[in-house]
Design a protein around this ligand. Structure first.
Ligand SMILES: *Cc1c(COP(=O)(O)O)cnc(C)c1O
Length: 353
């Protein structure tokens, strides 16, 4: 830290991303990436000609990308905003709406929410999950605060019903409500259908989890024209060319290949079912996941020890050193083959303790 740092930034704790090790080949089940490559259409579209065009700025209005996303969601192009990963969409949302009355988010959820609240110096209301790790928001009172939550939630994989979301929107019409749907394609119910009914709703999506493009950095938001205008006001004040040309092309190609998208999502859902079964047979307590990961704990071994033992065996999973969930590990659903390796190693590990 330098002596020049803005004083309040000295106290913030940045987000800790999952490990991306380069030292050896791990079975990588720690950051909820897709185990499958992007659609073949993505590879075809990123041609030498397009690489040459990198000398030119990308389209600040993102017309092609927004057009195909609007079509995909059957919604107006004026209801879509794209960001450099949904992390950027979320950061810009905190900037746009957090400064009015503050922000609210669950105690156990995506680790970036408290980081954004701190880096933008916002008042926070933390909503505790119940004993079963469920988020009960039906009678939350926001008093104008912006609410953000992941649905399905991370790292639990549990969902909130559309009915509950609608109640929050109705009872808190003075608050922006952000539903982070990073994992919705794996079995959640989307709130997109409520967009035209509630002008205080913003749904955030990403290409990182269900569209095989984590490294391309692409996310987007769907909301009323007014909310989208607010986000554009922030974007055009920070980084108008926020999505690079190759990522634009990759995004358009990905959305245009719906068969491939559905095939990959179906495979993950099938693997998740058999992974959940196998873990339960080994004595794990596994939460019912609607996402591309499972959250599991074992009565005979701590989360930290399972994480370490698996790492020694060449498998990376995620452990959160956090109250209430430190017994758990979060395991990304990979391929069937990766799951077989995982289960075999766990048998070995549990046999030894
Ligand atoms: C992975 C994740 C994101 C970030 O996605 P990017 O688009 O890669 O920035 C946002 N929210 C949740 C809940 C996530 O799990």
């Amino acid at each position: 830290m330098s002596e020049f740092l803005t004083p309040y930034l000295k106290k913030i704790e940045p987000y800790t991303p999952g490990e991306q090790p380069r030292d050896m080949q791990y079975v990588k089940l720690n950051t909820n990436e897709s185990p499958y490559p992007p659609s073949p259409l993505v590879k075809q579209a990123i041609s030498e000609e397009e690489v040459d065009k990198l000398r030119l700025y990308s389209d600040p209005e993102l017309k092609d990308l927004i057009a195909i996303l609007a079509k995909y969601h059957s919604i107006s192009t004026r209801s879509i905003f794209c960001g450099n990963g949904s992390d950027e969409v979320l950061a810009m949302s905190f900037m746009a709406w957090g400064g009015r009355c503050g922000v609210a988010y669950p105690d156990i959820s995506y680790g970036f929410y408290p980081v954004y609240a701190n880096v933008f110096n916002l008042d926070s209301q933390v909503i505790p999950l119940d004993e079963a790790y469920k988020l009960n928001i039906a009678d939350v009172k926001l008093d104008g605060k912006m609410l953000v939550f992941a649905n399905p939630n991370a790292p639990t994989g549990l969902s909130v019903s559309l009915n509950e979301i609608e109640n929050v929107l109705k009872n808190n019409s003075d608050s922006v409500v952000i539903v982070d749907e990073a994992y919705v394609d794996f079995g959640g119910v989307s709130a997109v259908e409520l967009i035209n009914k509630y002008d205080n709703l913003l749904v955030v999506r990403t290409f990182s989890k269900s569209r095989q493009l984590a490294g391309a950095r692409l996310g987007y938001a769907i909301g009323s024209e007014q909310l989208i205008d607010d986000l554009n006001r922030v974007k055009f004040s920070i980084n108008p060319y926020n999505i690079n040309r190759l990522t634009c092309i990759a995004g358009v190609s990905s959305v245009s290949d719906n068969d491939y998208f559905e095939m990959c999502v179906d495979k993950v859902i099938n693997t998740r079912a058999h992974m959940t079964d196998s873990l339960r047979k080994l004595g794990f307590d596994v939460l019912e996941s609607n996402a591309n990961f499972v959250f599991a704990k074992h009565s005979s071994m701590s989360g930290r020890d399972i994480y370490s033992a698996l790492k020694e065996q060449g498998i990376l999973v995620r452990h959160f050193n956090k109250e209430r969930i430190s017994d758990f590990v979060r395991i990304t659903v990979g391929t069937d083959e990766e799951t077989t390796v995982l289960i075999d190693k766990l048998k070995l590990i549990l046999g030894e303790c």
